[in-house]
Write a protein that binds this ligand. Structure first.
Ligand SMILES: NC(=O)c1ccc[n+]([C@@H]2O[C@H](COP(=O)([O-])OP(=O)(O)OC[C@H]3O[C@@H](n4cnc5c(N)ncnc54)[C@H](O)[C@@H]3O)[C@@H](O)[C@H]2O)c1
Length: 269
């Protein structure tokens, strides 16, 4: 523990259960001295165990559907009130595809489902940024992070419409990050994380094979949820003040490897 976030206030989206990347991040942020409000959708409040995390970290919970601007406005207003000042860090750790859930192939999308998943996984980030921006809720040199995945840049067939959602998410981070940087001195980045065994991760078809493949491709092995939490803490801290508009890989090196010796072993004649 380095007290990297002492005196900083934030909002953490997306802690569903103890496997969630947001859960680990909340624990690490607390250890580093940050205080925050936890938020998730009303459905997740019923299904998950966020109240346990609230007890562990001393953080209050405010329910918000990230697709509802009204909910986001209420969340931001109340967070500033509860935390006693403007916000220094925000984690958007939200993803959901209805097509994936229903088993619809990418070549056979139900577009109502596509729109719903895009709204939850990608447009919600623009909505959140816009609410924070208009309300002038961020302190100067604050940091906003959303979580992404490599399928935004390269083809992973079973990642389905989430690939498109992540491409949109990364683009929003750059486009809105420009204005947030210029006008408010706030940085906006995405962290592109290794496959991680969480509720959202395990929803992707063939996840078990895939996580093993990624492990074998990555010189450092897959990054865990805790590794992602640690990287996010660094991004929230004052040690990364000039990093913005980036999609940052936390993937053990996977994204720059063409093939690894371990993977080639499988094709030995
Ligand atoms: N698990 C992986 O393999 C992996 C890899 C790279 C990136 N990511 C990304 O990390 C983020 C966190 O996912 P996770 O793996 O921790 O899984 P998770 O299932 O624990 O978290 C997803 C969260 O999204 C929340 N959510 C869904 N709909 C919402 C809504 N309408 N409003 C507010 N919240 C809503 C869920 O309640 C849940 O808490 C996601 O953006 C995911 O795409 C995950």
């Amino acid at each position: 523990m380095y007290n990297l976030l002492r005196g900083k206030r934030g909002i953490i989206f997306g802690a569903l259960d103890e496997n969630s990347i947001a859960w680990k991040t909340a624990e690490r942020v607390r250890e580093e001295g940050g205080i925050f409000v936890l938020t998730n959708s009303p459905a997740a409040m019923r299904l998950g165990s966020i109240s346990e995390l609230s007890i562990l970290t001393g953080a209050q919970i405010i329910a918000a559907d990230a697709t509802s601007v009204e909910d986001l406005e209420n969340l931001v207003d109340r967070s500033v009130e509860i935390l006693g000042g403007k916000i220094d860090f925000v984690l958007h750790s939200i993803g959901m595809s209805v097509n994936v859930r229903k088993g619809n192939h990418y070549t056979n999308e139900n577009y109502e489902y596509t729109e719903k998943g895009w709204n939850v996984s990608a447009l919600s980030f623009h909505k959140l940024l816009q609410v924070l921006y208009k309300k002038e809720a961020m302190n100067e040199w604050g940091s906003i992070v959303a979580l992404s995945y490599m399928a935004s840049q390269r083809v992973f067939p079973d990642y389905n419409d989430m690939a498109d959602n992540k491409a949109y998410l990364e683009s929003v981070a750059r486009s809105f990050g420009y204005f947030f940087g210029k006008d408010k001195k706030v940085r906006v980045n995405t962290i592109s994380q290794s496959p991680t065994p969480t509720k959202a991760g395990q929803g992707v078809k063939g996840f078990d094979e895939f996580i093993e493949f990624a492990e074998k491709m990555s010189p450092l092995g897959n990054a865990s949820a805790l590794d992602c939490a640690n990287y996010t803490v660094a991004m929230f801290s004052d040690l990364t003040k000039k990093v913005t508009l980036q999609n940052l890989y936390n993937d053990g090196g996977f994204s720059n490897v063409g093939v690894s010796q371990e993977v080639l072993e499988n094709f030995k004649k």
